[in-house]
Ligand binder design. Structure first.
Ligand code: DX5
Ligand code: ZN
Length: 216
């Protein structure tokens, strides 16, 4: 299992130091939540902030766009150093065109689905995706409870990915903790985003090690 700490739960007054702390603690990927106050009822940060943080680690930047019109900002996030860009099937942009913009920049494309969106929504694009992000909470805030029902979508997608002979990764985001991560692992998840479970822990290194251990 790969662990992607969500920087949403870090101390933003020490953003770069928090990334370095997560890196040293054994994070595999840095998960950066971009919110526009429109697609979700919360605001975070955009491409200029990500660009300034890029030097803090060599670990991949997984940029999760919770914004209404992702196609308008793909080049900005690519310039900022995103390695993976996830956007939502529920957004207002054309999905195929937005994927093309990401592909044209050599960034790994991913599609995200909210809890009420069926897994079928990503099927027409599956062959083009580096990753599918299955939300296990309503996007917008950290610290919510994991929705185990979403594992049906993970199992369905895992089967579909295998049947098509693809290497698409499955990521889950929201409510991952010591009590929930094995459920995700058993369903076939490759990457778990974890905000509170990593940055809320006294020892981030122990927290990440424990989460990984629970998947074995
Ligand atoms: C929610 C964000 C998540 C969030 C997860 O909209 O996409 O990445 O930070 O936080 P936890 O792990 O605390 O549920
Ligand atoms: Zn996220």
């Amino acid at each position: 299992m790969l662990i992607a700490p969500s920087l949403l739960s870090c101390d933003f007054s020490k953003f770069a130091e928090e990334i370095i702390r997560a890196d040293k603690a054994g994070a595999d990927i840095m998960h950066l939540d971009v919110m526009d106050g429109h697609f979700v009822p919360n605001l975070t940060f955009g491409a200029p902030v990500i660009k300034k943080l890029r030097h803090a680690t060599e670990k991949p930047f997984d940029v999760h766009l919770m914004i209404s019109e992702p196609h308008r900002y793909i080049n900005d996030f690519a310039d900022a150093g995103a390695d993976i860009i996830s956007f939502h099937t529920e957004c207002d942009s054309d999905i195929g065109e937005t994927l093309s913009l990401i592909e044209a920049r050599g960034v790994k494309p991913a599609l995200a689905i909210k809890p009420n969106t069926p897994a079928e929504a990503v099927l027409p694009y599956l062959d083009r995706l580096y990753m599918v992000l299955v939300m296990t909470v309503e996007p917008g805030f950290g610290g919510q409870s994991f929705m185990p029902d979403m594992m049906d979508k993970v199992r369905f997608l895992r089967q579909e990915i295998n049947d098509r002979g693809l290497r698409t990764l499955i990521e889950v985001d929201g409510g991952i903790a010591e009590s929930t991560i094995s459920t995700a692992a058993q369903a076939g998840v490759d990457i778990c985003v974890a905000g509170t479970a990593v940055f809320g822990a006294d020892d981030a290194q122990k927290a990440i090690a424990r989460l990984k251990e629970l998947c074995l």
